[in-house]
Design a protein around this ligand. Structure first.
Ligand code: TXA
Ligand code: MG
Length: 321
């Protein structure tokens, strides 16, 4: 079983384990990541194994800053402008790889691009200490809800990893926005912690979205973020036996039917809702209801990322009746 160490005491042990080729769960401002040396193929294999993740799904490479980023990716002036505006922070840029990148091809699943970002806090200090990029997907088993606490990581992956670094609850709560930069063309591959409007304001141009159902980030398989319970979206009335996930101060009808109720944000604040999203889904799932009924959430700002995760949680799953 993994042991959990507070981030204030964890730097030396985390570094030693990464140098030995292990995968270590670390806090970032978005969600917890399962990190390993991005230049070490054996270490990356341990990430895929612990998560039971398909190998065709590439990992984001985390770097300490723009200088390290330039060793692995080629930056157009537009990419550089976005990096300067949003790093460190929840924006992943998908860029062409450099010819002599130290990143192992297993991390990028053999693509000629690399997803890259600078995380906030402990993870960034860890990368600076290691002096190499860290490949880190979210620290959940493949297809399950991303963890926003050390306890959630341990509950899911505790048998597969040795160390979880505890940085408290994740400050953003949803994963990074993933933006492909191709010359002057910007395409959003995954909505996330940076709202699209903020990206467009800095870039001075429109961001296009991928067509419905098209899988461009290979990890964006439709059924993802799946709790055990079924998920019903945009509900106006709760059915008997359902768990109820609210937003704002106006309740869906028949809330008293619910076996459990949590509110993403009583004040209707989307930042608060993003922070609470995954932990509330886990908690309602643990209540054992057959379904989670979710009230409508506005699709503006961070709401786009929240609704993206919810609709994936609600998508039909392999093996579901
Ligand atoms: O906030 C985050 O992004 C968190 C923290 C730990 O940094 N990480 C995260 O990683 O969400 P993961 O592996 O759960 O999701 C990464 C997504 C996957 O859907 C993957 O397919 C996509 O990024 N991706 C990575 N490299 C890519 C590339 N070169 N081209 C297109 N998509 C890529
Ligand atoms: Mg993930």
């Amino acid at each position: 079983m993994a042991h959990i160490i507070p981030q204030t005491d964890a730097m030396d042990e985390a570094l030693a384990r990464l140098k030995a080729g292990e995968a270590v769960a670390v806090p970032t401002e978005t969600v917890y990541g399962l990190a390993a040396d991005a230049t070490d193929g054996d270490a990356i294999t341990r990430i895929y194994a612990a998560k039971r993740r398909p190998r065709f799904n590439p990992l984001i490479c985390h770097v300490s800053g723009l200088a390290m980023a330039r060793t692995i990716a080629r930056f157009s002036p537009l990419a550089e402008k976005l990096a300067e505006a949003f790093w460190p922070g929840p924006l992943t840029l998908v860029l062409p790889q450099t010819a002599h990148t130290p990143v192992h091809p297993l991390a990028t699943a053999g693509l000629d691009t690399v997803g890259i970002r600078v995380p906030v806090g402990f993870a960034r200090e860890l990368i600076a200490g290691l002096g190499r990029p860290l490949a880190a997907p979210s620290a959940n088993s493949s297809g399950r809800i991303s963890p926003t606490s050390a306890a959630a990581v341990a509950a899911d992956l505790g048998d597969a990893i040795a160390l979880v670094v505890d940085g408290g609850p994740s400050r953003v709560g949803v994963e990074s926005s993933i933006l492909k930069v191709d010359g002057d063309d910007l395409t959003l591959l995954r909505p996330g912690g940076v709202p699209v409007g903020e990206i467009e304001a800095v870039a001075g141009r429109k961001v296009s979205r991928t067509h419905d159902g098209e899988i461009v980030a290979p990890g964006m398989l439709t059924s993802h973020y799946a709790p055990h319970a079924l998920v019903r979206l945009g509900v106006e009335a709760v059915h008997p036996g359902e768990a109820h996930l609210g937003f704002g101060d106006k309740r869906a009808r028949n809330s008293r039917n619910a076996v459990a109720f949590l509110n993403l944000s009583p004040a209707g604040d989307l930042g608060e809702a993003a922070r609470n999203l995954f932990s509330h889904l886990r908690a309602l799932d643990a209540a054992g209801a057959a379904a989670i009924a979710v009230e409508p959430i506005p699709d503006t700002g961070l709401g786009e990322a929240i609704n993206d995760r919810l609709s994936r949680a609600a998508a039909p799953r392999d093996g579901a009746p």
